[in-house]
Design a protein around this ligand. Structure first.
Ligand code: SF4
Ligand code: SF4
Length: 181
């Protein structure tokens, strides 16, 4: 081909590349932006621990916890999705808004703390699946304790231990009496 034809053709043709920030939409199966389901998240912080890019931060407050995601830091490795114990995270095909630098475009999901089943003060979120994974069996007692705030749970545990020790020492005393006869 004549070099002049080549130059002329390139001159007439529209550019194949796009000017930033225009871009082609990603394919449906693209694993990009991480989203959090506030109803499922229990604010455990595992995602912050496994993210090597420090793209996720938890900011706990008195009655809620902010889950803050920084897409400019995210490498879309999917570790956080894989390790979330309650399946609260998803990677969507959206790449999210572009940002020049970290902290410019953060996404915040607020996880509200439910009221304690005993005193009504804010307690850590509860997950049926997490309790059954941790303890195998979900007894009513376990469910009840999982819905308590830290203070009430400590009190209930202390009461259970006090009753257990009292039963054990009663058993020890009666055994001692039977040996003494
Ligand atoms: S998204 Fe999952 S891993 Fe991260 S804090 Fe919530 S429950 Fe924990
Ligand atoms: S996908 Fe990877 S880099 Fe992005 S927030 Fe999750 S763990 Fe961090």
């Amino acid at each position: 081909m004549n070099i002049l034809h080549l130059i002329g053709g390139n001159w007439i043709r529209r550019p194949l590349t796009q000017r930033f920030p225009d871009r082609e939409p990603p394919p449906a199966e693209y694993r990009g932006h991480v989203t959090n389901d506030a109803a499922a998240c229990v604010a455990c912080g595992i995602c912050t621990q496994v993210c090597v890019s420090a793209a996720i931060e938890l900011r706990p407050a008195e009655s809620s916890c902010a889950w803050v995601y920084d897409p400019a830091r995210c490498t879309f490795c999917g570790f956080c999705v894989q390790y979330c114990p309650v399946d609260a995270l998803r990677q969507v095909s959206d790449r999210g808004a572009w940002a020049h630098s970290p902290h410019e475009q953060t996404d915040t999901t607020v996880i509200d703390y439910p009221p304690c089943a005993e005193c009504g003060k804010p307690a850590m979120p509860y997950s049926e699946n997490l309790v059954s994974t941790a303890y195998g069996e979900r007894t009513e007692e376990l469910r009840r304790r999982a819905r308590l705030c830290e203070h009430c749970r400590r009190q209930v545990t202390a009461e259970v231990m006090r009753k257990t020790f009292s039963v054990m020492s009663d058993a020890g005393r009666s055994e001692g009496r039977s040996h003494g006869r």
